[in-house]
Design a protein around this ligand. Structure first.
Ligand code: MG
Length: 437
């Protein structure tokens, strides 16, 4: 007779905010590979009833939340008799965030701010994919995480890479606050003594890599003709329309710069941005001794998600293996600021501090949406964002109210600018992208 030696603990419960988006779908794919370790406790979606119903049928969560109340009522009808309770509206997201051991924040844009705050305040293990809340209020989110004993783990691939580099440099269980984001409570074994928002010991510089998007080589004169369909066709990553357009303008890298400053408590001048078209090196960290650590992997979001989900253990992600010989070469070049003026805007916002990053983020969301709807030319996105930032207040401290006020003001200003000077692309191009749905 054999005796089982495997110690089986109860599975950890996971809530996914933004389950039907690309992060949510990738997270569910990883979770499905580890049924004994993880159980889906809750799922949320904005308005995609069909996709959420299919996910509920497969994963049988306790709770499903739809941001849109009418959509929630329809989903409740369709799931009648199923074990899943359906709720609607923003408050229900906070309930969902408080109901699980692990919360995956994958809601795109400033819309994810309240639920991200709810998750850290509930003291959860919080996997943050959406950069906008960290851009708007990174300082506050990390302070609240520390106070509540929450564990913040970045799953934006670059920040996950940086976290892996600083945790590796700190070594296991140093418990001295050596690494970047992580536990707000006592340092457990193998966690690198991580503290959210603390500056990693010995860090000299962060090098953020970005693919440069689809227009890295496009002649400058052709930027005015870029269509939503072209901007959404990213060469390496499969992402939603907002992140794809941000990647094409490289505002994505600008937002990530501000995100890195918040997560690792560094200054804007300590973060370099390098264009790396192959998307194999996800970011690098230079230390005081001039050692540079990098994290490499296939361009697949499941790698970062599996790292954070399993952390401090390693679990399978389902991603293919990286073959260095298939890559053959890795290229690095400085970003062309004439092509990508959004990087300069983000540096400006990071230096200004206060509510400026929130204003920049809000204006960018409105401008990108207008571009996707054919109401703004691609090459006018940066200038529109810049004009909308003019009235935001700079300064060091930014409260939730300050950020929300700056967000609302920048959105208003941006919409006024768009009304005053509409610059459109062809209607046929918009139909191809299926944008605005
Ligand atoms: Mg990223």
């Amino acid at each position: 007779m054999t005796v089982a030696t495997t110690v089986t603990a109860a599975p950890q419960s996971v809530a996914i905010l933004g389950a039907t988006g690309s992060i949510g779908v990738s997270a569910l794919d990883v979770i499905a590979r580890h049924p004994r370790q993880y159980r889906v406790a809750g799922l949320s979606a904005h308005a995609n009833i069909d996709a959420l119903r299919r996910q509920c049928a497969r994963f049988q969560p306790d709770l499903a939340v739809m941001a849109d109340a009418a959509a929630a009522r329809r989903l409740a009808d369709e799931l009648a008799g199923a074990p899943t309770r359906v709720l609607g509206g923003g408050d229900a997201l906070a309930e969902l965030a408080a109901a699980a051991d692990i919360v995956v924040c994958g809601i795109v844009g400033a819309a994810g701010l309240a639920s991200t705050l709810a998750a850290v305040r509930a003291g959860k293990k919080v996997l943050i994919a959406n950069k906008e809340p960290l851009v708007m209020l990174g300082g506050l989110i990390l302070r609240e995480a520390r106070n509540a004993g929450a564990t913040v783990l970045p799953i934006d691939s670059e920040h996950n890479a940086i976290f892996q580099c600083v945790a590796a440099a700190a070594g296991p269980g140093t418990g001295d606050g050596g690494a970047g984001p992580g536990t707000g409570g006592s340092a457990g074994p193998g966690d690198g003594g991580a503290l959210p928002g603390a500056r990693p010991a010995g860090l000299a510089r962060i090098i953020l890599t970005g693919s440069g998007g689809p227009f890295r080589r496009l002649p400058l004169g052709e930027f005015r003709h870029v269509t939503p369909a072209q901007a959404c066709a990213h060469p390496n990553w499969d992402m939603g329309p907002k992140v794809s357009v941000d990647s094409a303008t490289m505002m994505n890298k600008g937002l990530e710069l501000i995100e890195a400053c918040a997560l690792f408590a560094v200054d804007e001048s300590e973060v370099d941005i390098v264009v790396h078209p192959q998307s194999v090196v996800h970011s690098l960290v230079e230390f005081a001794d001039r050692s540079v650590l990098a994290q490499l992997g296939p361009p697949d979001m499941r790698v970062a998600i599996a790292h954070a989900l399993g952390w401090p253990q390693r679990i399978a992600s389902g991603a293919r293996r990286l073959s260095l010989t298939d890559c053959a070469r890795l290229d690095f070049e400085p970003p062309d600021h004439r092509r990508f003026p959004c990087i300069g805007l983000a540096r400006q916002a990071a230096r200004a501090g206060g509510a400026m990053p929130a204003a920049m983020n809000a204006a960018n969301e409105v401008a990108v949406d207008a571009f996707l709807r054919g109401q703004l030319r691609f090459d006018r996105i940066a200038a529109t964002v810049e004009s909308s930032m003019a009235r935001a207040a700079a300064g060091r401290d930014c409260t939730l109210e300050d950020a929300l006020q700056a967000d609302a003001q920048a959105r208003r200003q941006c919409r006024e600018l768009l009304r005053a000077a509409p610059v459109t692309v062809g209607v046929a191009d918009v139909a191809v992208a299926g944008a605005g749905a």
